[in-house]
Design a binder for this molecule. Sequence first.
Ligand code: CP
Ligand code: NVA
Length: 306
Amino acid sequence: MRHFLDIADLSTADLKAILADAHAMKAARKGLPKGALDVGPALPGRALAMIFEKSSTRTRVSFDMAIRQLGGSSLVLNAADMQLGRGESIADTAQVLSRFVDAVMIRANAHEDVAEFAHHASVPVINGLTDRSHPCQIIADLMTLEEHFGDLDGLHLAWVGDGNNVAASFIHAAARLGFSLTLGCPDGYAPREDDLAFATNSGAKVELTSDVNAAVAGADVVIADTFVSMGDADADKRLADLAPYCVTEGLMAQAKREAVFLHCLPAHRGEEVSAAVIDGPQSLVFDEAENRLHGQKAVLKWCLLP
Ligand code: CP
Ligand code: NVA
């Protein structure tokens, strides 16, 4: 049994295997209706429970369709409607759900809660986003870049804006794979020290600057995310502080001419990215969103078929 809590927990070989399986499954079902089973579905009869403490469109629908295409079924649970929302312990909830389902995906406010759930569960637990990280998103993002560039080795990725949960998972991935990552974040919005230290100690090519133009200069990939993540209280201050880090056509012009743009979505046009960029020819955001499905399937298989 394997939990999927962070990219940092994976070996390079496991990360590459998950990506390769995601590509293979995407190719194998080309032309099939979206609701059709995979040819030779890998997880018949398996049940996935999904617990949401926060909103979701992509994570919810991609995991639901993923387990269906693999031959299994899903339950979507709103944490507030569970006894968890009335004070039942995480430990008891984890042990009970482990008797009913084969895997649990959790989108939680606090990363520690997902780790605690995994500690008490006897089935695989998947991090569907916490305040600390979003590893499932990064599988889709890396897959999208491999589709576009063929190989991640030697690519220069530039993260622009808030050094948030998605940025943390990119930092973890940079420690495992051969791309370089420059984070352009204003003072006060840098990624967590422990994530940066993890990258440094792993020999990753990760740099931090508050100079947004320097971050993007010569980049192959420019990545943005919302300036106000779920759970952030200080929205007005964040929008003001981060406004100079909006990915505009002018900023994209500092990157390589053939650079691409990624965003995990949901996007806020006019805040972290201009409409011209996200809806323009350099944007891969809808391939990226689709690849959540294929990535999720590979993560489920990695957890359930070790
Ligand atoms: N990117 C992402 O996780 O989207 P949702 O919040 O819609 O799941
Ligand atoms: N950083 C964003 C990602 C949403 C998918 C958030 O946590 O709200």
